[in-house]
Design a binder for this molecule. Sequence first.
Ligand code: ARG
Length: 592
Amino acid sequence: MSVWFNPAREIDALLRKAATSVPGFEADFDPELKSSDPRHADFQANGVLAAAKKAKANPRALASALLESLRTEGGVDEKLIQVEIAGPGFINFKLTPVALGSWLREYRDESKWRAGAARLMGGRKVVIDYPSPNTAKQMHVGHLRPIVIGEAVARLVEFCGADLVRDNHIGDWGTNFGILILAIRRAGFQLDAKSPHALEDLERLYKEGSAATKADPALMDAARAELAKLQAGDAANTALWKEIVEVSNAACQRIYDQFDLKSDVILGESFYRDKVDQVYAELQQYGLAEESEGALVAWHDEEPRFSRHAETKMPFIIRKRDGSSNYASTDLATLLYRLEHFKADEIIYVTDGRQQDHFHQLFVTGAKWFKASKRRLPRLRHVWFGTILGEDGKAIKTKSGDPVRLQALIDEATERAYQEVKKKNPDLPEAEHRSIAKAIGVAALRYADLSSSRTMDYTFSWEKLLAFEGNTAPYLMYAVVRVRSIFRKSGLAVGQGEEGATDPETPTEIALARKLLGFTAALDSALEDLRPHHLCTYLHELAAAYGAFYAADSVIVDEPAVKARRLMLCSRTTAILEVGLRLLGIEPVERM
Ligand code: ARG
């Protein structure tokens, strides 16, 4: 008896295969298998209805022909899965308690789940581009989402078997360096990379420089001259630029450390500065780019908005009028590098939603370019997100109108978590209050961000973020603590005491077992369009199912088989909660 890690996937594949030998089903038949109301079934296939309509056949007859073919093909093991036709031609699949018990015994820990999930992305070389901030600025609240979402997506993809490269594509080669270098020179400022204020100083100087160049065209020309010198490789400007980037990277690193974010490579825009000429040359050679008012641009006439005939002219500008490269040129060069150097099968870009047009044009241009040059095109995905709003419904800001610094946000989250933990568990030693608060603070920031669909804006609220009830990080972390305490109190390690566990029996045991198995579907949905909130929703539901089980069924009972199976349910619950939280970037704690 083989136990499937992800029964829905297996059933889906079997149905597709069974359909190929039944007249009436087309080759691309989609069973439309969905999770179902658990009272009736675990999964329901609705696709027969559409197929029957197309073939002008009776849906129930077609459904039974499909089941007949499924049976001859070897079908599903009826000890594990009950199959029946329902309604006008749906097919219901219900996992038996034997199946639930077998799954729990077989898929007992992270290594098993990883192996099971590896079917999803196994062997794929994936480059993920995050958090990719622009340099010479302190990190602010706007940097929270690329860090948090990027990290969760990276962990998810890696868990599902991808061979992953985390590439931090920093913006370290913009026009702003001309202004900044000029401002530094004019102020006679000595950049001290070791000073803790170095980045603040640079930010202040940039603001001054930016105001000054706006006010005085001669200064603007001077800034342009500094930039031109830098781009031409002038030694003094290059040295200064390097220092600025180092200061900036060091400050970012202090933030990354608190979010446990590690990049494999940091290949910023500057890395591609000598690789853009090939882009200009090839795109012109293939007739994909043309000069327009001095700039080099790509049109996409088949795309209403990016066509040269459109009213609002929006070409993809790949070289500026003054001959310098821009965001588009470096991104095209980056695309080629990721194909040639990393052999990427897939590239995932994590940025805010305002860059959708850019990535749309990049992907279309890249596809045409690689087709013309007979290169393989990696799968390209833009994982974009909405804005964090303040309670007033506008983008979150400080009272003075500046963006909230990310470090200030972390500090406040930690301080608030500290107050909560002290209130909840006053007897713990102070040092532990502090370390728990640190874990919860950052976890709460992350979870609030990840728990709603990323493409939506969300309203930032300290109360909601740190609540110990509801769909929050503290609630889930606390659920882990509660399950673990059962083991601690009985002197067992998690995973111990489940020898001889029988299959789930009571309604609450069965409901919890079914939820545990739902981990595989949650992974599927989160991976499908790279939306971690599916995982959050699932973990929250799992914690609730555990709550109902714990309220109804005592764990530490006399009958050995019952006790063993309930301990098994507890152990799987905490293990899946912990793995799930880690996938979101959250490290569970022992006590809180
Ligand atoms: N530096 C850009 C920004 O802060 C994001 C870069 C995203 N990655 C890319 N390959 N374009 O908006």
